[in-house]
Unconditional design. Structure first.
Length: 165
């Protein structure tokens, strides 16, 4: 009986949190409808990628490539619907976020991957990682947000290497 009561309390807390989140989103949507539309699209595109990644499905890589190909068109459609060009659209980071879903599959199957063993034995990889970390640090210090975007632009496609190996 006690376990059933604890589960009921957990469901109630989750329900209250969902209602509060929905209320905050509703209030925020009134003042920023296009921003919320972009966040909704990001979430709607990321959820299938996360599910495919967690199941280690064969369609994950074609889905990611499709996101890289069609995100520019999606951004243009949103700009057209808005009636103005937005330079800092959240849709710009859509392919990066979808590509980062590979982390779920990499972490889930890390025992079966041979890349970790090769990384430990090959003395060339630490130099590549060190150069990337140094470049990312300099980019973050000097360019702030542009450095973060550039860092994501290099890191996201590089996740395909440990995914396949």
């Amino acid at each position: 009986m006690r376990i059933h009561l604890i589960q009921w309390r957990n469901h109630l807390v989750l329900f209250v949190a969902a209602v509060l989140l929905a209320a905050v989103i509703g209030l925020f949507t009134q003042s920023n409808p296009m921003f919320m539309l972009q966040i909704g699209i990001l979430i709607a595109v990321f959820i299938p990628a996360a599910v495919l990644s967690l199941r280690d499905h064969a369609a994950l890589i074609p889905y990611i490539v499709g996101c890289w190909v069609f995100s520019a068109e999606l951004r243009r459609i949103i700009d057209w619907a808005q009636g103005e060009y937005n330079q800092l659209s959240l849709i710009l980071i859509l392919p990066h976020i979808v590509t980062f879903s590979l982390i779920f599959s990499i972490m889930k199957n890390r025992e079966n991957r041979s890349f970790a063993e090769e990384f430990k034995t090959n003395k060339f990889y630490p130099f590549i990682v060190g150069a990337y970390v140094y470049a990312a640090f300099v980019g973050l210090i000097l360019n702030k947000t542009a450095g973060i975007y550039d860092m994501m632009g290099y890191l996201a496609p590089a996740l395909i290497v440990p995914y396949f190996f």
